[in-house]
Design a protein around this ligand. Structure first.
Ligand SMILES: Cc1cc2nc3c(=O)[nH]c(=O)nc-3n(C[C@H](O)[C@H](O)[C@H](O)COP(=O)(O)OP(=O)(O)OC[C@H]3O[C@@H](n4cnc5c(N)ncnc54)[C@H](O)[C@@H]3O)c2cc1C
Length: 603
C-alpha cells in the first residue's frame, strides 16, 4: 500500500523532465467528508434552484432572475468560498474551491455568472486589495449583497489585453481618477454593483505602458451600458458593453500599484483558467449522464441504442476524457495548495503565498483550461450525436449543452493563446535557469544517434511498461522542442503552428501521466480488481496520448527539418512513441458497459 508521503517540492512545468511518484499526487477519492458535503450543498442548490429554471433563466428579459439566484447562492455561502474568514468568507483551500467550481459547473448560464462574480470579480480584491479595500468590499461580495464584474476586454483589445485604450487621469486636486473608455463582453455587467476596471493612467499627455486596475462602484456617475448581447449560448448570462464617461473614481480605489493592472489581470486569469477547466468537467459529467440515460431508453432496430458498439465507443470516450481531465486538474490544484502551505510555513503571508503558488503552476493552469474546455466540447458534440434528431431539438437537453459549451474555448484566454503560453512559459523558465530542459533535451538528442537499448529488465510494480512509454513521450516532446528552439532561436514565436504542436505534446503528457498516477494510487489502496475500469481508462488514454504526441511531433519536425536530420528525428519519434498494442475496442466496451449498467457516469 502506498502511504501518503510528505510532498516533495515540485515546480510548475517539471512534469516534462521529472517522474512523479503516485504517493505524491492528490486524487479526488481523497476529498474529506467536509469537502464532499460542500460539493453536495452545491449540487442540491443546482437541483433545487437552477435546473428547474434553465429555460426561464435563458429566456429572461432582464438580469433580475440571475441576480436573485446569486442572492440565494450567497445565502448558502457559495459566494464566499475563496474569501478569507475575517472578511466574511470561508477561506477554503484551493482544491476545495476547485470542487465547488466543478459541482456548480453544471449550472449553464448560472455557472458563468457565479464564476465571474466569485473569480475574476472578487479575487482581484482578495489578492491585491489593501486592508481598507478588503474590509470595505469583501464582506459584501462574499455574502452576495454586492455582485461583481471584471472589465478588461475592449472592442479593439481582446487577446492583446494590455493594449486597451480606456484612460484614467488624476484630477488636479489628486483625489480622483477620471475614467473614460469602453469595455466589451462584460459578464454580469447589467447587475454588478462593483466593477474591476482596467485602464491606463495618462499623465502630462503620456499614457502608461501598462494597465492599472480600479475598483469602480456602479453608483459612480457616468457609467452607461448597452442592452445584453445576443449570444450563441449561455443566454441567461448577462453580457454587456459598458461605457465609462468621465467616471470619477476615488484614488483610494486604485488596486495595488499604478501599472500593476496587467499583472493582476494575468494572475487572476490564471486562477480562472484552471477553474474553468474543472467547471467543464462538472458540465461534462451531466452531459454524459443524460447521454447514458437516453442511450438506455431509446430503442432502434428493436434494441436500446446503448447496445450498439458505435454508441458504446462514444460513451466510453466521453467518460475517459472527463476522468482524465478531472484527475489532472485536482493534481495541479493540490500542487498549488501544497506550495501555498510551504510558502506560508516559511513566513510568507497568505495572499502573496497564493499568488506565488498560482504563478508557479501557471503552465498547468493553462494546460487544464485547454484540456477541460476541449473535453467539454467533445462531450457535448458526441452527446448531440447519441441523441440523434432529438439532439437537435431545442426541447431536449443537448441543445443547450452544445451551445453553452462553446464559449469555454474563447474566454479566459483563447485556447490558441493558452497553448502558446504553455510553450512560452516553459522556454522562459528554461532560459532563466528555473527549469532545466536543456540537459535532458541534449541527452535525448544524443540518444537518437545511438543504437536503441533492447535489453528488458524484469521490473515489478504497477504500470511498469506504461511508465516507460510515458518517459519516452517526454523524450519525444523534448526532442521536438529542443530542435525547434535550435532551428529558430529568437524567431520561434513566429512559428505558431510548431508552438501549438509542442503544446499539444505537453498537454497529452501531463494528462496521461496524471491518470496513470491516480490509478496506480487507487490500485495500491483498493486493489486492482476494485478499479479494473479505471485501469482500462488509464490504458486507453495512454494509447490515445501516444498517437497524439506522435502526430503532433511529426507535424512539427516535418515543418522545419529535412534530409538526414528529418529522417533522424522521425526515427526518434517512432522510437519514443512505441507502445504495445492492446484491444482498445474491448476496453472501451467494458468502460461503457459499466456505466450503461448503472445508467450514469460512475467514475
Ligand atoms: C460571453 C463572453 C463573456 C465574456 N466575459 C468577459 C468578462 O467578463 N470580462 C472581460 O474582460 N472579457 C470577457 N470576455 C471577453 C473574452 O475574454 C475575449 O472575447 C477573449 O479574450 C478573446 O478576445 P477577442 O474576442 O477580442 O478575440 P481576438 O483576440 O480578436 O481573437 C480572435 C481569434 O484570433 C486568435 N488570436 C488572437 N491573437 C492571437 C495571436 N497573438 N496569435 C494567434 N492567434 C491569435 C484568437 O485565438 C481567436 O481565435 C467575454 C467574452 C464572451 C464572448
Amino acid at each position: 500500500m502506498i502511504a501518503t508521503e510528505p510532498k516533495a517540492s515540485i515546480k510548475g512545468g517539471e512534469f516534462l523532465i521529472k517522474e512523479t511518484e503516485a504517493s505524491q499526487v492528490f486524487i479526488p477519492e481523497e476529498f474529506t467528508e467536509e469537502q464532499q458535503m460542500i460539493a453536495a450543498t452545491c449540487r442540491e442548490f443546482l437541483e433545487r434552484e437552477i435546473w428547474p429554471r434553465l429555460n426561464e433563466i435563458d429566456n429572461a428579459k432582464s438580469p433580475e432572475l440571475i441576480s436573485s439566484l446569486m442572492d440565494k447562492a450567497g445565502e448558502l455561502g457559495l459566494l464566499g468560498t475563496s474569501v478569507p474568514e475575517q472578511y466574511g468568507g470561508f477561506g477554503t483551500n484551493f482544491n476545495t474551491s476547485m470542487l465547488v467550481a466543478e459541482t456548480t459547473g453544471a449550472g449553464h448560464s448560472f455557472s458563468v455568472a457565479l464564476s465571474a462574480h466569485t473569480g475574476i470579480g472578487t479575487l482581484p480584491i482578495v489578492y491585491y486589495g489593501n486592508e481598507d479595500q478588503k474590509a470595505n468590499y469583501l464582506p459584501r461580495l462574499a455574502s452576495g449583497e454586492w455582485k461583481a464584474a471584471y472589465c478588461l476586454t475592449e472592442p479593439d483589445s481582446g487577446s492583446d489585453a494590455n493594449s486597451g485604450k480606456t484612460k484614467a487621469i488624476l484630477t488636479e486636486d489628486g483625489k480622483h481618477y477620471v475614467l473614460n473608455g469602453q469595455k466589451m463582453w462584460i459578464t454580469n455587467g447589467g447587475f454588478a454593483d462593483l466593477y474591476i476596471v482596467f485602464a491606463k493612467i495618462e499623465e502630462n499627455g503620456q499614457t502608461d505602458k501598462n494597465l492599472s486596475a480600479f475598483i469602480v462602484e456602479r453608483t459612480y456617475e457616468g457609467i452607461t451600458m448597452n442592452e445584453p448581447e445576443h449570444k450563441m449560448g449561455i443566454k441567461g448570462s448577462d453580457t454587456r458593453q459598458i461605457f465609462f464617461n468621465d467616471v470619477k473614481v476615488p484614488v483610494e480605489n486604485l488596486l495595488s500599484e499604478r501599472g500593476n493592472g496587467f499583472k493582476i489581470a494575468v494572475n487572476i486569469l490564471n486562477i480562472g483558467r484552471i477553474k474553468l477547466g474543472i467547471a467543464a468537467v462538472g458540465g461534462s459529467k451531466e452531459v454524459i449522464n443524460n447521454a447514458i440515460r437516453y442511450a438506455n431508453e431509446r430503442k432502434q432496430f428493436k434494441t436500446a441504442i446503448a447496445n450498439f458498439g458505435a454508441i458504446k465507443h462514444k460513451l466510453a470516450e466521453m467518460a475517459i476524457k472527463v476522468y482524465v481531465s478531472e484527475t489532472a486538474s485536482y493534481r495541479a490544484g493540490q500542487n498549488i495548495d501544497d506550495l501555498i502551505e510551504d510558502l506560508k510555513a516559511n513566513g510568507m503571508e497568505d495572499g502573496p503565498a497564493k499568488l506565488k503558488a498560482l504563478e508557479q503552476f501557471a503552465i498547468e493552469c493553462a494546460i487544464m483550461k485547454v484540456h477541460g474546455s476541449e473535453t467539454l466540447d467533445y462531450v457535448v458534440d458526441e452527446g448531440v450525436q447519441v441523441y440523434g434528431g432529438m439532439g437537435y431539438s431545442a426541447d431536449a437537453p443537448m441543445d443547450r449543452a452544445y451551445r453553452d459549451a462553446r464559449i469555454n474555448r474563447i474566454f479566459e484566454g483563447t485556447n490558441e493563446i493558452n497553448r502558446m503560453l504553455i510553450v512560452d512559459m516553459l522556454l522562459k523558465r528554461a532560459m532563466k535557469g528555473e527549469l532545466d530542459l536543456m540537459t535532458p533535451a541534449m541527452a535525448v538528442a544524443k540518444e537518437i544517434m545511438s543504437i536503441p537499448d533492447f535489453s528488458s529488465e524484469e521490473e515489478e510494480g504497477v504500470f511498469v511498461a506504461e511508465k516507460k512509454v510515458l518517459k519516452n513521450l517526454k523524450k519525444a516532446a523534448l526532442m521536438v522542442a529542443g530542435a525547434a528552439v535550435q532551428k529558430f532561436m529568437m524567431t520561434l514565436s513566429d512559428e505558431q503552428e510548431i508552438l501549438m504542436n509542442v503544446a499539444d505534446m505537453a498537454i497529452e503528457i501531463y494528462a496521461a501521466e496524471s491518470v496513470l498516477l491516480r490509478v496506480e494510487k487507487l490500485i495500491s489502496t483498493k486493489g486492482e480488481e476494485a478499479v479494473a475500469f479505471q485501469k482500462q481508462i488509464a490504458l486507453v488514454y495512454l494509447h490515445e496520448a501516444v498517437e497524439k504526441v506522435a502526430s503532433a511531433g511529426r507535424a512539427a519536425v516535418t515543418s522545419f527539418a529535412e534530409g538526414d536530420e528529418l529522417r533522424g528525428m522521425l526515427m526518434g519519434l517512432k522510437r519514443f512513441t512505441k507502445i504495445d498494442p492492446m484491444n482498445l475496442k474491448d476496453a472501451r466496451r467494458q468502460i461503457a458497459d459499466a456505466m450503461i449498467a448503472e445508467n450514469k457516469y460512475i467514475f
